[in-house]
Design a protein around this ligand. Structure first.
Ligand code: ZN
Length: 170
């Protein structure tokens, strides 16, 4: 069976990413016990990821790159913000325990949507936070193989995601 629209696909891969001129770094490694399983066309994965797997079948290997612009976008300076330290006060005190360089914090935007921000710097008055996707600016490189391809069930197509092992449980 070939990978195409409405198939449930299991793949095992090694994902590395490259930020500008820096060396490739490991981002994610799946295994045969814990493969990555997705519904082709379900909207849960990058379009380019699906395109590169189209037509392959169980046992086929793959090795492809996805440019940042087709993945999580370029790193955007506009998504870096200076936030007054008062915003991080808990009971009148700056929460230095939680708000540290390199920490990822859940934040609410002006419309109340939850987003994640990375603490870049803690200054005297402000905290510099980066709201870019953690993989923004990264060119991605997937190397792996297709473990399984099967027909999606009617329910999976209705829900737009995979059920069963490695999928949603409900
Ligand atoms: Zn479901």
């Amino acid at each position: 069976m070939k990978i195409e629209q409405n198939k449930v696909v299991s793949v095992n891969y090694h994902l590395t990413g490259k930020l500008e001129e820096q060396p490739e770094e490991l981002i994610e490694q799946t295994s045969t016990e814990k493969p990555f399983v997705f519904l082709y066309g379900g909207g849960g994965v990058l379009d380019e990821f699906e395109k590169n797997l189209n037509g392959k079948k169980a046992g086929d290997a793959f090795d492809f790159h996805i440019k940042a612009t087709s993945a999580y976008g370029e790193h955007n300076q506009d998504y870096i913000a200076d936030i007054p330290k008062q915003a991080f006060h808990v009971e009148g005190k700056f929460d230095a325990e939680r708000v540290k360089e390199g920490e990822e914090l859940p934040m609410l935007d002006s419309e109340g949507h939850q987003m994640h921000g990375l603490v870049v710097e803690v200054g005297d008055e402000h905290v510099v936070m980066d709201f870019n996707h953690p993989l923004a600016g990264y060119d991605l490189h997937f190397v792996g193989s297709v473990l399984d391809v099967r027909e999606a069930t009617k329910e999976e197509l209705e829900h737009g995601h995979v059920h069963g092992p490695h999928g949603h449980h409900h």
